[in-house]
Ligand binder design. Structure first.
Ligand code: ATP
Ligand code: MG
Length: 573
């Protein structure tokens, strides 16, 4: 191991900015620009300056440690990938414009790897031959290229970014499951050790009910994904994909069908208010045209929305009826309902309404609603289906506790690929029974640069970044308030002693005003600041400030190394 050296702020290449850069919306993007960590080269292309690079390397080392502990082996594949491989797998065309394509001087085509299933599968073909050699789990940490339609938010969605990608080759489903589960555990550890609060969200469920893909979502307002999760049982899902068992309220009335004059009340809000009833007790009707031209009326609880993804699965590329289409189908905007529905319209009702018998709903007549409408008695339902977007407060589908809502950043994903690539690329092994079989594969990716951005997104305040110790570019900064003299020399000695104790330390030796130094150190977010001034030294103390809490403490000079070493050791992960 190399010796820890003191870095000098006067020599550090970290050009800070006083103002928020106009181009940045997200806290992480703004702060990385302001703290002199990154600079944009072109859309989605960033240079990582020394502070960012140090933090990235720490994240990578945490990943390496977890991967190696789980039995994976690090290696490195070429970034350029031959078009032939992509043609074999079928992805040369399927990947579309996101694949960055180049050709060499002989006009041979290549792609800058966006991911490496093809390359790794090609690598092991004809070399991994027997079940006896399996499982094998290989990974690399490398720049990836994707010509994203909208590169944005700094490192969150770049066109060149750092990814750890890993691939396993297994002989049996049980073995794949084992590797996959080990990777899932390692991924949870990686998030935790980087200081990320993240939820494992089931992205895909297998036939036997277990998950075959999980995305780790770092919780952050800035996240692109809307999530619901349960504090009770740990269930978490993408809002788009989640289902629920909402308890719906019955509408008003005495159980008989009543037509009520509701002049001008064409919205759920107005109807609920008129009946003095929660919106959940009303039924929302949505008229649409399915891809095959069938007119459909969907009914959902009044306080929920029709989910676009779920509707698309059921109806293909559908659209909500236009005013003309409503007229053509004999429907009245704001007063659509299941009773007396014109012939030929398919009635599809959300699952959560099964068993509810007293509906307040449109009467298919302008300015009228029904109360007490009962399925089976007053109208027939053609199909029950999961139609709604789950909301915070809805019951957890597993344990019934109310779900919480959050937004998330996808930082990593584990995936059981099965034989998708091994089959198309002819990668087989000889199994115990002497038969030739395609490998079962898994793939496991961590967005390394995105993880760093997500860490900052979760750890910042109005003054700047608040690094968790485990991934901080420097764990301690020693700030001298004097430009020279005894205090300056003492600060230098303390920095050296900290480095000798294996602590990553930067010495703010710049000839700047204290105010500028404090602002920069807060902005760069080092977990501990040691402030060395004449006045403290007269009493034999220095001040230690913890960035996260703002707490300050006078510590005797001779104890400061121990004081910090103890705290840092505990927080290093
Ligand atoms: P997204 O849905 O955000 O586009 P993805 O599901 O396509 O991501 P994967 O193929 O699963 O991404 O890649 C593995 C990881 O690489 C992701 O979990 C994410 O952290 C990271 N990643 C993907 N695309 C980018 C990008 N354009 N910039 C930075 N990191 C990225
Ligand atoms: Mg993904």
């Amino acid at each position: 191991m190399s010796r820890t050296r003191v870095a000098r702020m006067s020599a550090l290449y970290a050009p800070t900015l006083k103002e928020d850069p106009a181009e940045a919306e997200l806290a992480s993007h703004k702060l990385m620009l302001r703290a002199g960590m990154i600079r944009k080269q072109a859309a989605g292309l960033y240079s990582y300056l020394p502070l960012a690079w140090r933090s990235l390397r720490k994240i990578e080392d945490i990943i390496r440690d977890e991967m190696d502990a789980a039995g994976a082996q690090e290696m490195l594949l070429p970034i350029l990938t031959d078009a032939e491989l992509w043609q074999k797998s079928g992805r040369w065309s399927a990947y579309g414009p996101e694949l960055m394509r180049v050709h060499d001087r002989h006009d041979r085509e290549f792609a800058l790897g966006p991911t490496h299933e093809e390359t790794i599968t090609d690598l092991i073909t004809n070399e991994l031959k027997s079940y006896k050699q399996l499982p094998v789990n290989l990974y690399q940490i490398q720049d990836k290229f994707r010509d994203e339609m909208r590169p944005r938010f700094g490192l969150m969605r770049g066109r060149e970014f750092i990814m750890k990608d890993g691939y396993s080759f297994n002989a049996t489903q049980e073995s794949l499951q084992e590797t996959y589960d080990a990777m899932k555990d390692a991924y949870a550890n990686i998030c935790e050790r980087c200081g990320l609060k993240a939820l494992p969200v089931v992205a895909d469920s297998g036939q036997i009910g277990g998950d075959t893909s999980v995305e780790f979502m770092a919780l952050a307002e800035a996240g692109e994904a809307a999530l619901v999760y349960c504090d009770g049982c740990g269930f978490a899902a993408d809002e788009e994909a989640a289902s629920t068992k909402v308890a719906v309220t019955e509408g008003p009335g005495d159980g008989t069908l009543q037509k009520v004059h509701t002049p001008g009340m064409g919205t759920i809000e107005a109807v609920a208010e008129f009946f003095g009833f929660p919106q959940n007790g009303t039924r929302k009707s949505l008229a649409l045209i399915a891809e095959d031209g069938t007119p459909v009326v969907c009914i959902v609880p009044g306080d929920h929305e029709l989910n676009d993804c779920k509707a698309e699965k059921l109806f293909g590329s559908y659209h909500l009826m236009t005013e003309e289409e409503l007229v053509e189908n004999g429907l009245h905007k704001g007063f659509i309902g299941p009773v007396n529905l014109p012939d030929g319209i398919r009635l599809v009702v959300d699952e959560t309404l099964r068993g509810s018998k007293q509906w307040a709903c449109g009467a298919n007549e302008v300015d009228y609603h029904f109360t007490g409408a009962c399925p089976g008695r007053d109208f027939e339902v053609d199909e029950w289906a999961d139609l709604i977007t789950v909301q915070a407060g809805d019951p957890c589908p597993h344990c019934g506790k109310p779900l919480s809502g959050a937004r998330g950043i996808e930082v990593s994903q584990v995936f059981q690929l099965g034989t998708k690539y091994s089959e198309s690329m002819g990668a087989t092994f000889t199994d115990e029974d002497g038969k030739e079989k395609p490998f079962l594969m898994g793939c496991y990716g961590v967005g390394v640069s995105r993880t760093m951005a997500a860490v900052i997104e979760q750890h910042n305040d109005e003054n700047g970044i608040i690094w968790p110790v485990s991934v901080a570019p420097y764990e301690v900064s020693v700030i001298t308030l004097d430009k020279k003299g005894d205090a300056f020399d003492e600060a230098g000695r303390i920095a050296e002693a900290l480095a000798a104790a294996g602590i990553d330390v930067v010495f703010d030796d710049r000839a700047e005003r204290p105010g500028v130094k404090f602002a920069d150190n807060d902005l760069m977010g080092f977990p501990y600041q040691v402030i060395v001034g004449k006045r403290g030294l007269a009493n034999g103390t220095v001040e230690v400030k913890e960035r996260a809490t703002g707490e300050r403490c006078d510590v005797p000079v001779e104890e400061v190394v121990c004081y910090l070493a103890e705290r840092i050791e505990a927080a290093r992960a």
